[in-house]
Each structure stands twice: as C-alpha cells, then as structure tokens.
Design a protein around this ligand. Structure first.
Ligand code: TXA
Ligand code: MG
Length: 368
C-alpha cells in the first residue's frame, strides 16, 4: 500500500511545476496515471522493465498483453521502430497527435516486458495537453495501458482511476473528464493491407481516406490466436451482467418498458435521449447517453455510465445499441464487450420470442 498523490491540473494549461513532479516519478520508475484524449492511461517508463512489470502487477493484467508506448512526437516514436512502411508516416502525419496507435516492427530498444515478447511495438502520440506536457517533461517513452483494474471499464475521470487503483500507484494527474471516451484505434502496419485490430477514436473511414483500403479483425471479443493479445480477454466490463438492446428508438423504448417490468428494481438502463423521452415520468435507473444522432457523445459517456449504474442492487444493465458508422463502430464494439456479446433485438423481445425471464436465464445473457 502506498499513498496515491492526486495532482490536479488545468486540462488546457497544466502547471509546469506539477507536470514536472509527475514526470520525475515516471523517470524514476514510478507509476503515474494521466489523462489522454481517449481514456486515462497508467504510465510507466517504457524502457524500465521493473516499472513496466509493476504496471502489470497493479492492473492484474496478463503478462502476454503488450502495452502501447506513448511519445510526445512522431520522431521519438519512430526511433523505437525499424523498417517503417510508408503508411506509418502518412498515418502519423494525418492523425498524430490523436487516438490512433500504430503497430510497427520494433527496433529492439523497447524491452520485452513492454511488448510482451512480440517483435512489434505499438506507438501513439496522444492529443491531450496534459499527456503531451507530461511526455515532453518525462523525456522518456511512456508505456501506458488504460488505468483500470484489468477487466473493468476504462477510466474517463480521475475518480475512476482512484476507484480501481488508489493506494496501488504513485500518483494520478487529474485533468478532468477525457474527450473521446473510448480507446485509440489500433492498426497493425506489419501486414498488407493494414489490419485494424481494435476500432477506436479514429474511424476506418478516416483511415481509408488517407491510405486506401484496410482490413478489420473479425467481430468477437475472443479468438484462438489473436493478433493483438489483449483482444482475447474480457474487457470494459461492469460487475453486473450487461445486455445490448438494439433496434429503432421507439422499439427499444417499448422493449425497455417490458424489461423494466421483468426486472423490477434490479435493472439499470443506458439509453439515448430519444428513447428516454418516450418513457413515463419517474422511470428509475436511467443513464442518458445523449442523442442517437451523436454517437461521439455516447462514446464519451459510456464508461462513466457503466460505472455509475453498476450498483450492488443492480443485476443487469441494458444498453441501447447505436448505428455502427464512424465512431459508432468503436462504441458498439465496447458495448458488446461490456455485455460479453449478449445482444437482443427489440423486435424479437416485443414479439415475445425472448421474454425477460428467459433472457435472465439464457446462456447468452449469463453473468460471467
Ligand atoms: O486510447 C488508448 O489506446 C489508451 C490510452 C491510455 O492511450 N490505452 C489503451 O491501452 O487502451 P490498453 O493497454 O488498454 O490497450 C492496448 C491494446 C491492447 O489490446 C494490446 O493487446 C494492443 O493494444 N497492443 C499493444 N501492443 C501491441 C502490439 N505490439 N501488437 C498488437 N497489439 C498490441
Ligand atoms: Mg485497457
């Protein structure tokens, strides 16, 4: 047990003295959580095997799941790589700083603890003034997974970090709520065409505008031999069981009424504003995700909503599905992971094909 310092900064103009305090901890092998534009990261000196081992230990993260190396500019990142393909430069130019992680051949400078023994390294320049100031002040590459206990929803606020890691890390730099809310897109540039391993803050459409067609990993949180080792683990999950309800907002709203009756007082709902607007006054257990036409807002709010609604009395959290275009792709990916792929169609539910009682018992919706 150690005391976790909370270093509060202005997210737009972080105080250099406070940033230097955090940077000093990183340089000396300590663990510091900090905001990025996606989620809070748990930073450690990426070239210090002991510091990196401590990250795995405090998160409870399997050792075969490699970490993203964060740097303050592309040149510093590419210095850790070799045989860089032209697309790496094009993507860095277009999206860095930003929510895109490039998997490229490693020069060997980054220790195996960080890359989990792979011969590739994942690089990212985050677009957050606090993250950039910290990385520049640290002067070393910073390995940073999301700053949650393994298997929990990623943190979008310093309080989420503390809920999971207080007393286990040296400091958290509190820069308020993060903007994107879901993690970076991870793309493997060692294969042709490049392969999106994890959808995220930069959409496939945006990437293809810059480098042409790319491939995307087949759907599903688990596969036998994942290219990205992290993908085989259950992720982004609340403690309660979660189920995605998809369909048109009016059908989802009707399905929600039916589900509320079936799970009296034991269900919570993460819903679009449109769906909420059609529910009766006084309907309880609601968390608004924003407008159906603003998937970026739902992405920003999802993890907070999962943590807020994950209360002891709640057995099941129903989450309204969104359209999968643009950021909606990453949003649906995270919703499905939180639900361990349990998803029901509002029409089927209303047609009585799946009653709430059956849903509670069904293999699909079983708690993990
Ligand atoms: O937005 C983000 O990416 C956040 C912030 C903190 O930067 N970080 C993050 O890290 O989400 P983490 O560790 O939670 O997820 C990193 C993902 C994992 O799925 C991991 O397996 C994959 O990136 N990854 C890391 N290095 C890799 C590599 N060399 N090859 C393939 N996948 C890699
Ligand atoms: Mg993570």
């Amino acid at each position: 047990m150690r005391q976790t310092k909370v270093l509060t900064v202005d997210p737009h103009r972080p105080d250099p003295g406070t940033v230097e305090k955090a940077a000093r901890i990183l340089r000396s092998g300590g663990l510091v959580a900090f905001p990025t534009e996606t989620v809070y990261g748990l930073g450690a000196h990426a070239l210090d095997p002991n510091a990196v081992r401590a990250v795995f230990a405090v998160k409870g993260r399997p050792a075969d799941n490699p970490l993203i190396v964060h740097v303050s500019d592309a040149a510093k990142g590419f210095a850790l790589a070799k045989n860089l393909p032209a697309v790496a430069f094009a993507l860095a130019e277009a999206f860095w700083p930003g929510p895109l992680t490039l998997v490229v051949p490693s020069s060997g400078a980054v220790p195996k603890e960080t890359t989990a023994g792979l011969d590739t390294v994942a690089l990212r320049v985050p677009a957050h003034p606090v993250a950039l100031a910290l990385l520049a002040a640290a002067g070393v590459p910073v390995a940073a997974p999301s700053a949650n206990r393994s298997g929990r929803p990623s943190p979008t606020r310093a309080e989420h970090v503390l809920a999971d890691l207080d007393g286990r890390i040296d400091a958290v730099v509190d820069g308020g709520e993060t903007g994107v809310g879901v993690e970076s897109t991870v793309i493997d540039l060692t294969v042709s065409p490049p392969l999106i391993l994890r959808p995220g803050g930069v959409s496939r459409e945006q990437i293809e505008e810059v480098i042409g067609p790319v491939a995307e990993r087949a759907e599903g949180p688990s596969c036998e031999r994942p290219r990205s080792p992290g993908l085989k683990y259950r992720h982004y999950a609340p403690r309660a069981r979660a189920v995605v309800v998809s369909g048109a907002p009016d059908r989802v709203a009707q399905a929600v009424l039916k589900l509320a009756q079936g799970f009296q007082g034991r269900a919570a709902f993460l819903l679009s504003d449109e769906t909420i607007a059609t529910l009766p006054q006084g309907f309880s257990g609601l968390f608004p995700l924003g407008s159906k036409s603003a998937p970026e807002e739902a992405a920003r709010r999802l993890y907070h909503g999962l943590r807020e609604m994950d209360r002891p009395e709640v057995d099941v959290i129903f989450i309204e599905g969104y359209d999968e275009a643009g950021i909606g792709r990453a949003l649906m990916d995270r919703m499905r992971r939180a639900a361990a792929a349990a998803e029901v169609d509002a029409d089927a539910l209303l047609a009585g094909e799946l009653t709430p009682a059956e849903l509670a018992k069904s293999g699909e919706a079983r708690p993990w």
